[in-house]
Design a protein around this ligand. Sequence first.
Ligand SMILES: C[S@@+](CC[C@H](N)C(=O)[O-])C[C@H]1O[C@@H](n2cnc3c(N)ncnc32)[C@H](O)[C@@H]1O
Length: 236
Amino acid sequence: MPPPIEPPAGRLIGIGVGPGDPELLTLKGLRAMRAAPVVAYPAPLEGASFARTIVAQWLDAGQREIALRFPTRPGPPLPEMLYDAAATTLAAALDTGADVALLCQGDPLFYGSFIPIWARLAGSYRTEIVPGVSSLSAGAAAARFALVRGDATLCVVPATLPEAQLEARLVTAESAVVVKLGRHLATVRAILLRLGRLDGALCVERASLPDERVLPLAAVTADVAPYFSLALVPHR
Ligand SMILES: C[S@@+](CC[C@H](N)C(=O)[O-])C[C@H]1O[C@@H](n2cnc3c(N)ncnc32)[C@H](O)[C@@H]1O
């Protein structure tokens, strides 16, 4: 007897769901998500997934959902074994022949937790990526901040870098965006003050969400910023 014919494996579709406002989900992302029999998303160890919350109104009860649980950030980089486990879970779903939509807040390829999972699966499965509106775009729009114009360059840095490295990058940067501000807010503020670049720098919290705030960074007295916040530093 010939062996039974296995169904072809499903596709992994990374979908950027945007910075928070459901209206910033793309039409393509919405269509791809609704067509997928399985919808996966990162979630904290307990509680709701932010990526899922953004698209909740369009999920169908017939779709299988997979919450990939990770310890809440901020903190040290996640152990690689957590991404191994997430990839194994998704591989099992893909092996049934089902397409799996993996939701990612913002854009999947901009500091997305999608990247390490995709890297583990891309060699074995067909993959597609639907870009999303990143926090970079949403933060700039919230602050009415022109990121770059003409021949200028933009430096994007995570505040999680060691202080000396962060400062070295900001010394040479024209325009800059500092993501992952969180508990590094005071350090970033001190570096920009030393470099004479605090004036004009802005802090954007929760861009595109109802409680969005845009403040001069110099006026933010707290030492810790919300998880969803970034700093915009204008060209000198
Ligand atoms: C792990 S990165 C994910 C970025 C996401 N993939 C994107 O495209 O924006 C998380 C960081 O992005 C920034 N971020 C994401 N969404 C944001 C928002 N709505 N408002 C301000 N910053 C945001 C914050 O700096 C946050 O610490």
